[in-house]
Each structure stands twice: as C-alpha cells, then as structure tokens.
Write a protein that binds this ligand. Structure first.
Ligand code: GDP
Length: 297
C-alpha cells in the first residue's frame, strides 16, 4: 500500500511523544529527528524536508505548545498542518476557458499514464458536467498510443481525432483544433508525445504544440512510484512548458510517497488529480488535507 512505511514511522515517532505527559525541548528534537529520517527514507526531497522540519520546530518549540495542555496532541496537529501545506493547502480545480473549448494538454514521460488519464478526465467531465470532449491523438512516436486512445474513446464514448503516425504533431493539433470547433467540443484533450526521458527534441515539439493550441491547462502526468525521478521530471517539464498542474498516477501502488510530498513544494505547481487504479473511474481530485491525514494514518 502507498505510504505504508512512512505512515508507520511517523506514527512511531509521534507515539513516543504521546506517551509523555510533559514534552521537553529534547523530546521534541528527538521526535523531529525521527520524522526527518522517515521523510527522507520515503524519498521526499531534501530541501522540502529541511523546510518542513524547521517550520514544525518553530511552531512547536514555543512555550505555548510545550507548556500548554496536551503538548503531544498539539504537535501532531502542527505536523498534520505542515504536511498539508507542503502539498498545497487546498484542492485546485481544473482551469476553465471563458469560451469553448477549454484546451487541456497532457504531457509526461512514456508510461506515466498520460493517455489513460486523458480518458479518465474526459469521462469525469462527461459524467459530472455533461461535457462534450474531443481527444486529439498527437503521440505519434509510440505506435500503440493512437490505438490505445481510440479504444479508450470508444469505451467512454468520446470522439478521438487522429491522423495516424506519419503526420507531424503540430499539424495534427492544428487540424484537431479545427475539428473541435466544428464539433463545438467544450473540452479538448491533447495527448502529446512522451519519451522515456526528457530530451530537447521532445521539449521543442511540446513548446510548438503549446504555441499552436494555446492550452488553458498543461497537465503533467507523473508516476508516483518513481519518487525523486518524478520530481526531477516535473522540474524539467515545468522549466520549459510552465505547466499549470500535475496528475500523480499509480497512487494505488506501493509508492513510498516522496513524489506526492515534494512536487508541489519543488515546482510551485499544484497536484490537481491522483490516479488510483487502471479503471476509467479511478481518478480523484487531490485534497492535500485528506492526503496528509491518510499519510499520518
Ligand atoms: P502514457 O505512455 O503516459 O500514455 O501511459 P499510459 O496511459 O499508456 O499508461 C501506462 C500504464 O499505466 C497503463 O498500463 C495504465 O493502465 C497504467 N496506469 C495509468 N494510470 C494508472 C494508475 O493510476 N494506477 C495504476 N495502477 N495504473 C495506471
């Protein structure tokens, strides 16, 4: 299960505190040391951990907390609040264009779950807002990607615009946008190309597609299981594309949690959704406070 190791270690660190009626500064320091190790072992970014520990210590070390009623409980609350803040305070909804269509460009490394997430989001909008999305198949390098998107489209009854793999993605997107206007689609999903690694050719293509499509939302899809690599990927994509949000996939797997806990703080961009399974309905809004509570167990 996701966060299992982290949850156990945080609980251990905090339960040591709970056993004491009175908490001394030395107790607090020891607890924070354990929490620091737990977060680093969960693959949370080093600087993010440093800031977190400093923030909790600053808030908890005051006489009001340590000499107050139930200091352990107060420290647990502070840890919970700071974990929430690390992940972004509150949920951030999908951007919406004042006029149709709202254009959502999906980017990410191959295998992260871009195509799947495009389908999940299209279905969600269809179910919740009666939306009429169009999906554009612009990942021409992974041969199966277009077929995969077409199959998904059939499954959720959403049209897919494609021109095969021989046309360049810029042209596909140009014509796809014209198709969206013709169909009066209110959402357009662009399933952009992914690669196994970030490279310059990919980034330039994505920059060009962004220029053509003028997306309202650039969602970076990252695999939560890849830990610090997910964070580096996010920094790379954000640096070139100025992404507007992140979708963290595979949170149903046994991720240690580092990506979920670091991406927001490192990139400044909100996690908007989490993927929690392979089914088309396995997509949830990301609520930092609920995630913090889940992590604390
Ligand atoms: P893309 O290359 O980024 O378009 O990745 P795909 O959408 O093809 O997804 C790669 C694999 O990850 C597929 O087998 C998906 O079913 C799977 N996948 C995507 N999202 C999730 C998720 O949230 N949980 C799980 N368990 N699998 C996922």
């Amino acid at each position: 299960m996701a966060f299992e190791g982290l949850t156990e270690r945080l609980q251990n660190a905090l339960s040591g505190l709970r056993r004491k009626g009175k908490v001394t500064d030395a107790d607090l320091r020891e607890t924070m040391r354990e929490i620091r190790v737990a977060l680093l072992e969960a693959d949370v970014n080093f600087n993010v951990v440093k800031d977190f520990v400093r923030n909790v210590r600053e808030r908890a070390a005051g006489a009001k907390v340590l000499d107050g009623l139930n200091p352990a409980q107060q420290i647990v609350s502070i840890v919970n609040e700071e974990l929430t803040a690390m992940m972004g305070e509150s949920d951030v909804p999908l951007n919406k264009s004042p006029k149709i269509p709202t254009v959502i460009m999906m980017v990410g490394l191959q295998g992260a779950g871009k195509t799947t997430t495009a389908g999940k989001l299209a279905l969600k909008l269809k179910n919740e807002q009666n939306a009429r999305p169009l999906m554009i198949a612009a990942d021409v390098y992974r041969p199966a990607a277009i077929d995969q998107l077409k199959t998904l489209g059939e499954q959720i009854d959403v049209p897919v615009f494609e021109m095969g793999t021989d046309v360049n993605p810029r042209e596909i997107v140009r014509q796809g946008m014209a198709k969206a206007a013709e169909l009066k689609a209110d959402y357009v999903f662009i399933d952009a190309a992914g690669r196994l690694q970030i490279d310059e050719a990919l980034m330039q293509e994505l920059v060009d597609v962004k220029e053509i499509a003028q997306p309202d939302e650039i969602l970076l899809v990252v695999d939560a299981m890849t830990g610090q690599n997910a964070v580096e990927t996010a920094e790379g994509f954000n640096g070139r594309l100025d992404i507007t949000g992140v979708v963290l996939t595979k949170l149903d797997g046994d991720t240690r949690g580092g990506a979920a806990l670091s991406i927001r703080a490192v990139t400044g961009k909100p996690i908007k959704f989490v993927g929690q399974g392979e089914k088309m309905t396995d997509l949830d809004i990301f609520y930092p406070d609920r995630m913090a509570s889940r992590i604390l167990g």
